[in-house]
Design a protein around this ligand. Sequence first.
Ligand code: SIN
Length: 285
Amino acid sequence: MGTAPSVTIERIAGALGAEISGLDVTAELDDDQIALLRSAVVEHKVVFLRGQSYATEHLVRLTHQLGGHGDTPFLESMPEHPGVVRVVKERDEGGLNFGGAWHSDWSFQREPPAFTLLWSIDVPPHGGDTLWSNQELAFETLSEGLRSTLEGLDVVHSAGWAYAADGVLARTAAGRSMQINTSDDALAEQIHPAAPTHPESGRRTLFVNPTYSVRFDGWTAAESAPLLSYLYTHSTREAFTCRFRWTPDTLAIWDNRSTQHNALNDYRGYRRELHRTTVAGSAPQ
Ligand code: SIN
């Protein structure tokens, strides 16, 4: 009888991110392994498992084990696998890439997803890295005065800039291989605290992002712009980030409640395909 390999977790940067080895997510994980994985994601905010042979069934099973699918608007799921989205850019495809701006997934929802899973299938030999930024660190490194101001503020979020009928993804749709259904449903607004407390770590996090945050609740967009702009710059300072170089068959899992991420678009001439799900979350508080 073989012995189970021990799990090792190695940090990849000072601010956040860790590679996990010794866990085989192509087989069903037991409750202890799921608890370990979940606590590693909450602690390190984004984790990477390399050498995991992709199958949609593995991605769906793990998504269920971590809490079940979140709601996935605007993006076409795989017909036989609702909630599984192909994030793909073909080698001859110019223009914008999906996820190519700092954001926290679906922060415009009433209950944004707790986690996102992204599993690489086909990646460029170089380029196409993804960046993440630690939003607990971003909040903690603000002055006491700004922290206490933000604790009393709410932020309005909307998917309009990206997904409205005249949003940036509609205006740049020509030649895109990913099926994105833009619509004015994206103009709906949702209000969240600017500095909610993470329900699992118990730490405050900065919860604003330049893709979906629109203004402070009760403030005009013009009044909000200077402070939001300061926070966008602060929250993605290099010292708060990690950068991951993909290899095929790698699974990344990140915590949307404590991170933003940004997919780089520097691989023209190469194909990139990863499959993505989100795990249901709760309303930030
Ligand atoms: C995303 O924003 O979900 C996509 C990230 C990536 O493609 O690296």
